[in-house]
Design a protein around this ligand. Structure first.
Ligand SMILES: Cc1cc2nc3c(=O)[nH]c(=O)nc-3n(C[C@H](O)[C@H](O)[C@H](O)COP(=O)(O)OP(=O)(O)OC[C@H]3O[C@@H](n4cnc5c(N)ncnc54)[C@H](O)[C@@H]3O)c2cc1C
Length: 297
């Protein structure tokens, strides 16, 4: 089967090419300037031009889809990727399934897997959908020895989208992926002020503070760049201390590379205790001060 793959992001492009290289013959379409020729695509099409907005990119991808005999379209799930997938679905009258983790062809139809019930289960579906957005961070990109053929496609069309202002994103203050020690806060801290005790433990251990999705994304107690998990950062510290984190699969996906995991949770049945090397059952507000005291000795 022949797949058209698109992402504007280099990391997501190389992840998808790694993930599906044994399943599909793939051509990559991208607006990234990075070298993506060594990840197993047959062709890499670089989209260039002054108006590389979702409307123009979608129209060009739709044209290439119709003219090049692709069986399916695989798009990296980003804000731009999700918008392009819905536009392509409309232009080409094709069904789309979003946020998938697996795409497997099976007797002319496609089987996919994605999270369901807010991430509590994984649903496996078989459908005639042709467009799929793929979650980021499912694999580490692995280069291959061969090289793709490089092609340029220039898009010189007016766009219905006009940029009226550009606001610079604040510079990242932390690189969790490089940290040796991470102390992470979960919803179990109960309130933003609870971060003080997490920070104290991180300071004593000379580590960084991370967090689960509720703490970073839902409550904004920590910045998004500190979120660990499937939709956050994949971390590989020597020591990962999970405080008040239940251990849902999406969080574990981000911390699985940790060399040693220590969990503090007041619920002895919390799933995090199946994923840790050392588990402490107790209230984090009682346990952490004692750990800090012991550490200081
Ligand atoms: C597509 C998708 C992507 C996702 N990506 C991510 C991701 O990247 N990262 C992520 O973290 N989640 C992610 N999630 C959410 C994930 O499913 C969980 O909802 C989330 O990880 C739960 O966070 P938590 O463990 O902090 O909170 P909870 O599950 O609410 O757990 C809180 C824990 O704290 C304990 N606790 C409470 N009070 C105390 C106390 N005083 N002392 C000690 N323990 C206490 C409780 O026993 C409980 O186990 C994603 C979900 C979906 C659907």
């Amino acid at each position: 089967m022949k797949a058209m793959v698109f992402s504007e992001k280099a990391d997501l492009s190389s992840q998808m090419l790694t993930l599906f290289r044994n399943t599909f013959e793939m051509d990559l379409y991208t607006t990234s300037n990075e070298n993506l020729l060594n990840f197993g695509a047959k062709n890499v099409f670089k989209l260039t031009g002054n108006n590389l907005y979702v409307d123009n990119i979608s129209e060009k991808l739709a044209e290439m889809y119709k003219n090049n005999g692709y069986d399916i379209i695989i798009i990296g799930s980003s804000a731009m990727g999700r918008e392009i997938s819905s536009l392509l679905s409309e232009i080409l009258h094709l069904e789309a399934i979003t946020e998938v983790m697996k795409i497997e062809p099976k007797d002319g139809i496609i089987a996919t897997e994605r999270f369901f019930y807010g991430g509590k289960t994984v649903i496996r579906e078989e459908s005639e959908a042709k467009i799929f957005t793929v979650l980021p961070g499912l694999v580490d990109p692995q280069p291959v020895n061969s090289s793709s053929t490089e092609n340029n496609i220039s898009i010189d069309k007016d766009s219905a989208i006009k940029v009226v202002d550009q606001i610079e994103k604040p510079k990242s203050s932390v690189n969790l992926e490089k940290a040796d020690i991470i102390v992470s806060a979960g919803r179990g801290i109960g309130k933003k002020e609870g971060l003080a005790v997490i920070q104290q433990l991180a300071d004593v251990l000379h580590g960084e503070v991370g967090g689960s999705r509720p703490v970073c994304l839902d409550y904004h107690w920590l910045s998004e760049e500190r979120q660990v998990g499937l939709s956050g950062k994949r971390v590989k510290p020597k020591v990962y201390v999970a405080c008040g984190i239940s251990g849902q699969v999406q969080h574990i996906a981000g911390m699985r590379g940790s060399r040693m995991v220590i969990a503090i949770n007041k619920d002895k049945n919390a799933p995090i205790f199946n994923e840790c090397d050392y588990g402490i059952v107790g209230d984090l507000y009682a346990v952490i001060p004692k750990l800090i005291e012991a550490m200081k000795k």
